[in-house]
Design a protein around this ligand. Structure first.
Ligand SMILES: NC(=O)c1ccc[n+]([C@@H]2O[C@H](COP(=O)([O-])OP(=O)(O)OC[C@H]3O[C@@H](n4cnc5c(N)ncnc54)[C@H](O)[C@@H]3O)[C@@H](O)[C@H]2O)c1
Length: 315
């Protein structure tokens, strides 16, 4: 089968591409290389340097005749979405609708969409089930939730199949420091350079850190899962506090970090974890990578210059 991966030069997308190639799929990547790197794209995939909002996207679809689309390309930074909601909307909403148009006009079988825990905002129940209210607190969360609703309506009106994967904080090799799991690359870098880290708040704030290889596996399973037209959390279902994360990273590196504590940041969610029961049941997916092992691999990879994402804003 022939699969388009948008954002396939990015952190998660490049791992998805690697996994698809392992499974003997024919893969085309569309990426404008705004944060992704050409070197991350598996050489067995075809890279087309193009913006998902481009008017030329439809012609590419007509020419390539994709069976499936995995849509990873996005403006991925919460802070940037607050600084420039217009830009976030242009890439994440208008770009996605341009892609959906190409999908329905060329009878793509299914689209798998990378959504986020940020769609929930501050939820009352932890771990958060898929049914929890969607109350995003950033334009990034709102733009992802908006595209989820476009997908539901495209299904209803045009019959385009979809699966939404709402990912928790993803970490692993090739990650940058601007995305939702960016704290790991920032702390790893500080560890490597023996520099102190600043923890905003008391360090008790938790996140649900999911390894990128597990996320790539979920994307591959979502292509052909029997149950579709639904959203699934992709997470470990467990909370890890920043203090615990620092300890695990110190163990992975064999180095002690100097920590400074600062005032909590405005708008930061204190606790976060996503319930992954539905993904287990309907996608036959389970996270495989223990956090301590995944952090070790990530730390080793991030130490090597040139192999990682372009650097974004400090977390
Ligand atoms: N990293 C996380 O923790 C996390 C968590 C939840 C959801 N997600 C979602 O997963 C997806 C991948 O995130 P990532 O962390 O790999 O980010 P990333 O920045 O590494 O990857 C995004 C890729 O999309 C490309 N891109 C951006 N705008 C584009 C455009 N207009 N046209 C074509 N290509 C474009 C970039 O060059 C990059 O290669 C995103 O949709 C993100 O919202 C990420």
């Amino acid at each position: 089968m022939k699969i388009l991966v948008t954002g396939g030069a990015g952190f998660i997308g490049s791992h998805v591409v690697d996994k698809l190639i392992q499974q003997q799929c024919r893969v085309v990547v569309v990426d404008n290389l705004s944060s992704g790197l050409r070197e991350h794209v598996n050489t067995a995939a075809k890279l087309i340097e193009m913006d998902i909002g481009s008017p030329e996207l439809l012609a590419l679809f007509e020419q390539e005749k994709f069976d499936y689309v995995i849509h990873q390309a996005a403006q991925t930074t919460v802070a940037q979405s607050i600084d420039r909601p217009d830009r976030d909307c242009q890439v994440n909403i208008a770009g996605s609708v341009n892609l959906l148009e190409a999908c329905r006009k060329t009878a793509v079988r299914r689209i798998v969409f990378a959504s986020t825990a940020a769609a929930y905002g501050n939820a009352a129940d932890i771990p958060i089930p898929e049914s929890a209210p969607k109350q995003p607190t950033s334009f990034y969360g709102l733009s992802k939730w908006t595209v989820e609703q476009y997908l539901a309506l495209y299904r209803q009106i045009f019959g385009l199949e979809y699966i939404v994967l709402r990912c928790a904080n993803v970490y692993g090799e090739r990650q940058g420091n601007s995305g939702e799991g960016g704290v790991i690359s920032i702390f790893s870098k500080k560890l490597h350079e023996r520099r102190p880290v600043t923890i905003f708040g008391d360090g008790g704030q938790s996140r649900d850190f999911i390894y990128v290889g597990d996320v790539a596996a979920a994307n591959c399973l979502a292509l052909t899962a029997k149950t579709c037209n639904a959203a699934f959390n992709i997470s470990t279902g467990t909370e890890t506090s920043l203090n615990t994360l620092v300890k695990l990273l110190e163990q992975a590196a064999g180095i002690k970090l100097k920590k400074y504590f600062a005032q909590p940041r405005e708008g930061d969610i204190y606790r976060s974890s996503l319930d992954n029961t539905a993904a287990g049941k309907y996608l036959s997916w389970q996270p495989q990578m223990p956090l301590s092992q995944g952090l070790g691999r990530t730390y080793q990879a991030l130490k090597q210059p040139g192999l990682n994402q372009r650097e974004g804003r400090e977390w």
